[in-house]
Design a protein around this ligand. Sequence first.
Ligand code: CO
Length: 486
Amino acid sequence: MKTLPSEALSYNRNDWQRGYLSQPQEFDYWIDEVDGQIPFELQGTLYRNGPGLLDMNGQTIQHPFDGDGMVCRITFDKGQAHFRNRFVRTEGYVAEQKAGQILYRGVFGTQKPGGFFANAFNLKLKNIANTSVLYWGEKLLALWEGAEPHRLEPHTLETIGIERLNGLIKPGGTFAAHPRIDPGSSPTDARRLVNFSIKTGLSSTITIYEFDDHYQLLHQQSRTIPGFAFLHDFVITPHYYIFFQNPVQFDPLPFILGWQGAGQCIRFRPDQPTQILLIPRDSSQPMVSLGTVPCFVFHHGNAFEQDNQIMVDSIGYEYFPKVEPNQDFREIDFDTLPAGQLWRFTINLADGSVDRQVIESRCCEFPSIHPNYVGKPYRYLYTGAAHSPTGNAPLQAILKLDLHSGYRHVWSIAPRGFMTEPLFVPRPGGTAEDDGWILAMTYDSTHHRSDVVILSAQDIEGGAIASLHLKHHIPYGLHGCFVQNM
Ligand code: CO
C-alpha cells in the first residue's frame, strides 16, 4: 500500500487519540450552545452506545471493544435538545467500580493485573453491554453480542437488569448487537424485529428470531454450520437471512492459558473463501452456502432481491489483522492495515455464482440507510468515511452514495474533527428516499469536546444545519438508533 508522507495526513494522531480518553462522568442538561437551528420537525431521541471507560486506576484498556458500555441519549423537542449519559450497570462495571481495578479479562486483550497467574484459566468474560442500543416493544436494550442484553429505563437510562425476553434468552445465552427491523413488503405490514444469537466452537449454531412489536415471537429457527463463526452483523431480504462467515480460525489455547484475549486468538485464513450463508426465512427450505473471495466483513449496509439475484452491500476488508498481544489500539499504524471499502456482492441464485465489485474505494465504516428500505432495492447509502479518497485513516467525514447515478457527496470535518456512525432519520411525512436528516456525534479535538451534528440528507455538502456543542467529550462510540417520539 502506498504510504503518504506524514505532512499529507488529514489528521494528527494525538488529536485522534484524545477522542479515546475515558469519560467517567455522567451528565444531564439542556444543550445551550448550538450553531444553526435544530429542525422543529425533528422530534424524538437519538440513543448511542459505546465504550465509556478506556482506563481504570492507571491501567489502560487495550482495545476499545473492551470498554464498559455507556449510553447517551439526545432528545430533540421543538428545536431544543437535552443530553444525558449513563454507564450500563453491568455486574462487571459495578464490581470493578467498587474494587477500583480491572477484575475481568477483556475479549480483545485487556488483562487483569497480576500477569499469567491472575489470567490463566479465568474464562469469565465481562458482559460489557457496549456495542449498540435498541428501542423496541417499549424496551430500551443495551446490546453486546457475547451475552444477554441489559434493559435500561428509556428516559433516565437507569439499568433495570438483564433482559431475557420472556425466557427466550437463557442464562449464558447471547443476543446479537445488530438487530434488523424488517419494514415488511407493503406499507400496511407491521414492522418486525429480526435478530440472532450464536453459539460457536468446532461447529456453530445460529438461531434467528422474529418478534412483533410486543416481543411476541413470530418465528424462530436454528441452523448449524461447520467451523468457528465470527458473526457480528447480518442482513435480511423478504426471503432470506444472510450471514457472512469470514474465513477465520479460533485458536483458544493462548486465551485459556491467559496470554491473550479471545479476540487476539482469531486468525485470518487468506487461503479460505468467505462463505455467504443464505438462510431461507421459510425454515423448511435448505440453507445455501456460497464461497466468495477471502475477505472480512463486520457490517452490511443493505441487501435486496432482484431478477433471481441477491445484492449485498457491505463494508469489506481484504483481511482481518491479527490483534497483537500487548499492543495498544491507540498506537496502531493505519498505513499497515486494510481500509474498509463498500463492496457489492451479487449472488446469482440460478448458478450460485458470486460477483464482487468495489463500489466505494474510499475508507469507510458504519453504513446507514432509510429504515423503510431495509431488505429492498434502494438508492442512497450513508457512511462514515476518511477525509482522503485513498488510504486507511480515521473517520473524519460523512459520505452519501447515490447507487443509481454513482454520485458521491462528502462532508469532511478534517483536520481536527473525527466522525462516528452517521444515522439517517426520515423526515415525518417525507416521501423521497433521502428526505430526512443525518445525525452523528463527532469529536472536536480543538476543544476536546463532542458535538451532535444534524445535516440535511439532501444537502450533505452544505454541512451541518445544526451543531450542538456538548460540555465535554464522549469517547468514539459504536452504534445507535433513533426513536420517534415515544
Ligand atoms: Co457493529
